[in-house]
Design a protein around this ligand. Sequence first.
Ligand SMILES: N[C@@H](CCC(=O)N[C@@H](CS)C(=O)NCC(=O)O)C(=O)O
Length: 267
Amino acid sequence: MCTLGNIKLVTYALSLVNEVFQFAWPHRSALLDLLRSDLPLQCARSKTLERSEHKDNFENITMSNYQLIYFPLRGRGQATRYLFVDNGIDYKEENCAQDWIKTYKPKMPFGQSPLLKDGDFEVAQSNTIMRHLGRKHGLYPSDLQEAAKADMITDHVEDIRGPYVRMIYQNYENGKDDFVKTLPEKLGYIENLFKKWGTEYITTKISFADYILFDLLDTLQILTPTCIDALPTLKAFYDRMASRPNLKKYRETEEFKKMPVNGNGKQ
Ligand SMILES: N[C@@H](CCC(=O)N[C@@H](CS)C(=O)NCC(=O)O)C(=O)O
């Protein structure tokens, strides 16, 4: 029977449904992720993220489900592993070495790895992966000038890594000495900036770029162990990074120690 009371009840129920819908629709993908996810794990992740140092960029509910697809070597994947490990962020790794050409390469956005899967979203280009994770986990400076510092060191590292990779894969025997000779000048620029900026990390708080620089310095010291000895500020930075508890523990594992630096056995 259609009474006034019933009509009011139905109208009220409909307005309630409407409100729930209005709230839920903009968050639909996050809510779906949450429903699909392992809730206790999400809580554990949030706790680790609260410790993140760039609080202003902090994203306290992570729906992320990370998978790093890369070769079993340090190469261009190591800085990402450092970022994950140091910040207690859960991730899985998929080794793409087997059947690279047939199975993996055609699926890569630029035909190369690493590739980060952030849920269904795919991110290629190692430094873009680092910036993406930086922005998500409070490791990308919110201040414009600080962000520019992190970006400029990242680009300078790339200016060193490019020739390093070419030397390693194309001209190791004849090119190593010439490459090593370029390092005092190139690393000296970073030393000067560190002195000028006067911070313990590239910016006032640790950012994605520190892991990129740390990995480069590590790689270069394997090639030429004394390359930062005459650069005290850079050396102090390297030691500071290496003694961060999570990184220290990870770097003592057999998994890390066994990992080749490059894909052709040269280092
Ligand atoms: N600019 C790219 C370079 C990626 C790159 O050189 N990847 C290499 C491994 S480190 C690769 O996929 N090599 C296999 C191929 O090119 O088929 C990045 O930074 O991610």
